[in-house]
Design a protein. Structure first.
Length: 321
């Protein structure tokens, strides 16, 4: 009955979580009854072709899930599950993270009035969400009124496999190839940082000299420690992939130190110094300002990414208890 389980799993995906268990239990009982009736009629167990024929007659998983949802005038039950999924994907998983993690910090850090920039970013996010909502609704309303004949053509044998229960598979290990890549990346980052620290960190472009501020030299050993810790986490994964907690503790410690380092760096600007003998003083000051604004944006993004990674490591650490 693997094909039936895969079908029920596909229907579950399109259902609201509070109603999933009841609907799947009812649907599963109904489908098993149909299978038993068919087997009694032919006098032998159904093969995969027979089960596939019953599922094909029942309908596409999305259509079946829509039949259990309330009737709606604009977006009917046939396409409503897909409509809801696309809305969540575009607004919840694309627009909002982009504005919160990229557009918002960049606008606030580069504006002379951070409060006004924050309000403008929030308003722009709302307007973008409203626009996306309108466009997606219009597209699905058209699909509801003028459906294509091939829209719901499907093959039950192409349904995705049912993933094993989390309790059965236990904590997911990281592959050894990932560990090897992390070791190489950590070693390369450490060597690059050592090489950069040995020589003056400066760059000359068309007569403009861009140099790192002396503050970076005071962070040599902490940054080197973090890069080596990343390599150590990869080494654990490579040699002892079942040491999941040791890997997570190493990553969590490295992320915690990274957050402290980035916070300290962010409060100790400027981070770069721009010198251009051929430019007036006002131009040099403006160049210094915008160069450090760019570095500040990079530090903000790095801090957010590190925080997200630390939270994920902490959650996995709790689950492995």
């Amino acid at each position: 009955m693997e094909l039936l389980s895969r079908y029920l799993h596909a229907v579950r995906f399109w259902l609201p979580k509070p109603q999933q268990e009841d609907i799947i239990a009812e649907l599963g009982e109904d489908l098993r009854s149909q299978v038993e009736e068919r087997e009694a009629a032919i006098g032998r167990p159904l093969d995969e072709d027979g089960v596939a024929a019953i599922l094909r007659q029942r309908g596409h998983p999305m259509l079946v899930a829509g039949g259990y949802l309330p009737q709606r005038s604009l977006i009917g039950p046939a396409v409503f599950p897909a409509y809801r999924f696309v809305l969540r994907l575009v607004i919840g998983w694309i627009l909002t993270p982009v504005f919160v993690l990229v557009v918002g910090p960049a606008t606030v850090l580069t504006s002379r009035n951070p409060s006004a920039a924050l309000i403008w970013t929030a308003w722009t996010l709302v307007m973008a969400a409203v626009f996306a909502f309108g466009v997606i609704t219009l597209v699905f309303a058209i699909l509801e009124r003028y459906p294509f004949e091939t829209t719901f053509q499907w093959n039950p044998r192409r349904l995705p496999r049912v993933p094993p229960a989390k309790a059965a598979i236990g904590p997911r290990r990281v592959s050894r190839f990932t560990g090897i890549a992390e070791v190489l990346a950590g070693i390369c980052a450490s060597l690059i940082w050592i090489d950069i620290a040995r020589f003056p960190m400066s760059l000359e472009v068309h007569g403009v000299d861009i140099a790192a501020a002396p503050i970076w030299h005071s962070f040599f050993w902490p940054i080197l420690l973090v890069t080596l810790a990343r390599a150590a986490a990869g080494l654990i994964t490579w040699l002892r992939p079942w040491w999941i907690r040791a890997r997570l503790w190493t990553i969590l410690a490295a992320d915690a130190v990274t957050l402290v380092l980035i916070g300290a760096l962010a409060s100790m600007g400027p981070w770069v110094l721009v010198a251009a003998p051929g430019l007036p003083a006002a131009g040099v000051a403006s160049a210094n300002h915008w160069a450090n604004v760019g570095v500040g944006i990079c530090l903000s993004v790095a801090w957010i990414v590190t925080l997200v990674n630390a939270v994920r490591a902490a959650r996995r650490l709790v689950k492995t208890r």
